[in-house]
Design a protein around this ligand. Structure first.
Ligand code: ADP
Ligand code: MG
Length: 508
C-alpha cells in the first residue's frame, strides 16, 4: 500500500483507487509488491480493468463527513434555540434539587429543532446530575415508534428494572463483602446500619428476593394494570426524579388516546420515593384539543413554542454544519442561501434544509462535479419533491389510488378543469375492471379533498349557477411518475390492460 495510508488513519478511497490503477498500468513490479491480486480480473497485458467504482472514486471527494448532515446526528450547538433551551433548563433544574419539575409541553412544526434541543438538554441534565451525584434520570421515548400505552409503560418499566438490577447487584456486593469481614471481626458492623449479623443476613435475603421478583415486562400479553404496577414499583424502587420525554406525543394520542398521559400525570400522588415529570413534544399545535381537560391542564403546566426558522436562521444552521460536513471550498457561495430559501418556504424546516444540502452534495458527487453549485440544489429540490410524491402516492389507500388514477386518465386524454362527475364515471369503470367496491360519489368527493390536502391534485370549487357547485381539478404532480407508482400496486396493475376500454368510453 502507498505510504500515505500509513499516516492517514482513515483510508482515502480516492487515493487507494488510484493506487490500484498505478499498479495495473505497470508502475510497479508485480512480484515485489504485497498487493493481493487474487480475484482481480486482469486483461491480457496484466492490467486491471477499470471497475464499476473506479470512475466514481477518481474525483476529489466533496464531503469531509457526510454523517453530520443526516437526521441521526445530534449537533452540539443549536443556533437560534437559546431561548427555548434556557427555558427548558430553568424548569428542569428543580430535578437537580430533588424537587419535581413542572410538566412541559413543547410545540412546533417539524424540523424546528424540538428533538435536537430536548436531547441536548437531557444530556446536560444527566451529566450534571452525575457530577453532583443527585439521582435524576431522563427517559426518552419516541411515540411514533412506541405508540401504545402498553409499549410505553413496558419500555419504561424494563428500563427501570435494568437499572434497579444494577443497583441491587451493587448493594448485594457491598453487603456480602461486609458479611465476610464481619464473620471474622464482629466490630466491622459498628458504624453500619446493621446492629447484628442477623440483620445483615436479612438484608441480603431481602435484596436477593427483590432481584428475583423483578420480572421484565414482555412486549405483549400482560393486562395493562399489571404492566402499570410493574412500572410503578420499578420507578419507586429507590429515590430519584425521572423526566419522561415523550417525543411525537401527538402520534401516541392519535393512535391510542390519552390514557397513558392520564395515568402518568397522576402517578406522583402515589409514589413514595420517586417523582416523575413529563415533557411532551408535539408537532401538532392543536393536539391538546383532543385531551381530557385534566390531562391538558396537568401536562401543559409549562408550554414552550418552537417557531419556524426564517431563511437567515436556516443559513446559520446550515453554515455550522457545512463547515464540518464538506471539504473546504466545496460549495459555491449561493448554495447555502438557496437551500435556506427553499426550506424557509417549506415552513422553516431545518430538516428539509439539511436534506437539500446533503442531496445537492450527493448529486454533485454523482455527476463528478468538483464543487457543489446552485444547479445541484435545484436538482436536489426536484428530487426530494418527487421522492415525497412517490412515497405519498405509494402509501395511499387503494380507493384513493383508483380515484387518482381516474384523474390521471382524464388528464392524459387532454381533459382540463376535470370535474367530480367526470372523475366519478371513470372511477366506477375502473372499480368494475379490478373488482373493487364502488364508493358513493359523496365519498369519492371526500377522497378528492384528501388528495387535494396532500398536494397531489389541485381542486377548486366552482359555481355552476343554478346547477349547483362542483369541484374542478387538475393534477399537481408529474403524470408519468405518478402513474408508474400507481401501476406498481398489484391491485391496480390490471388497470393497465383496462385502459383501452376506458379510452373507448371517452370517445363516445
Ligand atoms: N438550531 C439548530 N441548529 C442546528 N441544527 C438544527 C437546529 N434545529 C434543528 N436542527 C437540525 O435539523 C434537523 C431537524 O431537527 P429536529 O430537532 O429533529 O426537529 P423537530 O424535532 O422539531 O422535528 C435535525 O437534523 C437537527 O439536528
Ligand atoms: Mg422531532
Amino acid at each position: 500500500m502507498e505510504s500515505d495510508s500509513g499516516t492517514n488513519p482513515q483510508p482515502n478511497p480516492a487515493t487507494d483507487a488510484s493506487t490500484d490503477i498505478d499498479v495495473g498500468s505497470g508502475g510497479r513490479d508485480r512480484s515485489s509488491t504485497d498487493v493481493d491480486f487474487d480475484g482481480v480480473v486482469l486483461d491480457d497485458d496484466g492490467n486491471k480493468n477499470q471497475g464499476l467504482f473506479d470512475d466514481l472514486l477518481s474525483g476529489e471527494p466533496i464531503f469531509e463527513n457526510k454523517e453530520v448532515l443526516r437526521p441521526s446526528y445530534t449537533p452540539h450547538e443549536l443556533p437560534h434555540r437559546n431561548d427555548q433551551i434556557n427555558r427548558m433548563a430553568t424548569i428542569l433544574v428543580s430535578a437537580l434539587r430533588g424537587e419535581t419539575p413542572s410538566n412541559i409541553l413543547i410545540y412546533g412544526k417539524t424540523g424546528t429543532g424540538k428533538t435536537a434541543s430536548a436531547k441536548f438538554v437531557s444530556q446536560e441534565l444527566e451529566s450534571t446530575s452525575q457530577k453532583y451525584d443527585v439521582p435524576c434520570e431522563v427517559e426518552y421515548i419516541n411515540c411514533e415508534v412506541t405508540d401504545t400505552q402498553y409499549r410505553v409503560l413496558a419500555q419504561l418499566a424494563n428500563t427501570f428494572i435494568d437499572q434497579n438490577q444494577a443497583v441491587i447487584a451493587d448493594r448485594l456486593d457491598r453487603c456480602r463483602e461486609l458479611r465476610s469481614t464481619a464473620a471474622d471481626d464482629s466490630t466491622a458492623l459498628a458504624d453500619t446500619e446493621f446492629a447484628t449479623l442477623d440483620e445483615l443476613d436479612a438484608r441480603i435475603d431481602e435484596l436477593e428476593a427483590d432481584a428475583d421478583e423483578m420480572e421484565e415486562v414482555p412486549m405483549t400479553g400482560w393486562p395493562t394494570d399489571r404492566v402499570y404496577s410493574t412500572f410503578f414499583e420499578a420507578v419507586d424502587y429507590h429515590e430519584r426524579v425521572v423526566v419522561i420525554m415523550l417525543d411525537e406525543i401527538d402520534k401516541l394520542v392519535e393512535k391510542s388516546g390519552d390514557d397513558t398521559l392520564y395515568n402518568l400525570s397522576r402517578m406522583n400522588s402515589e409514589l413514595d420515593r420517586s417523582r416523575i415529570s413529563i415533557m411532551g413534544i408535539s408537532n401538532d399545535l392543536k393536539f391538546t384539543d383532543f385531551l381530557d381537560p385534566r390531562v391538558k391542564s396537568s401536562l401543559g403546566e409549562e408550554e414552550i413554542v418552537f417557531p419556524p426558522y426564517d431563511a437567515n436562521q436556516l443559513r446559520d444552521i446550515l453554515q455550522h454544519r457545512a463547515d464540518i460536513a464538506f471539504k473546504q471550498d466545496a460549495l459555491t457561495d449561493d448554495v447555502i442561501p438557496l437551500c435556506a430559501a427553499f426550506a424557509a418556504q417549506e415552513h422553516g424546516d431545518a430538516r428539509r434544509a439539511l436534506d437539500l444540502l446533503r442531496t445537492a452534495g450527493e448529486l454533485a458527487e454523482r455527476s463528478q462535479a468538483e464543487i457543489v453549485a446552485e444547479k445541484h440544489v435545484r436538482q436536489a429540490q426536484d428530487k426530494i419533491e418527487l421522492d415525497r410524491v412517490v412515497e405519498v402516492v405509494r402509501t395511499l389507500p387503494t380507493q384513493s389510488k383508483i380515484v387518482l388514477f381516474a384523474v390521471i386518465l382524464l388528464e392524459k386524454n387532454g381533459v382540463h378543469n376535470i370535474n367530480t362527475g367526470e372523475v366519478f364515471n371513470i372511477y366506477k369503470r375502473l372499480c368494475e375492471e379490478i373488482d373493487a367496491d364502488v364508493l358513493t360519489q359523496r365519498r369519492v368527493t371526500d377522497l378528492i379533498s384528501e388528495l387535494d390536502m396532500l398536494g397531489i391534485v389541485n381542486a377548486v370549487v366552482v359555481s355552476k349557477g343554478r346547477y349547483g357547485r362542483t369541484k374542478e381539478m387538475g393534477l399537481s404532480v408529474p403524470v408519468e411518475e405518478t402513474e408508474a407508482v400507481l401501476l406498481s400496486d398489484s391491485r391496480l396493475g390490471d388497470i393497465e390492460n383496462a385502459q383501452p376500454f376506458v379510452q373507448a368510453r371517452f370517445d363516445n
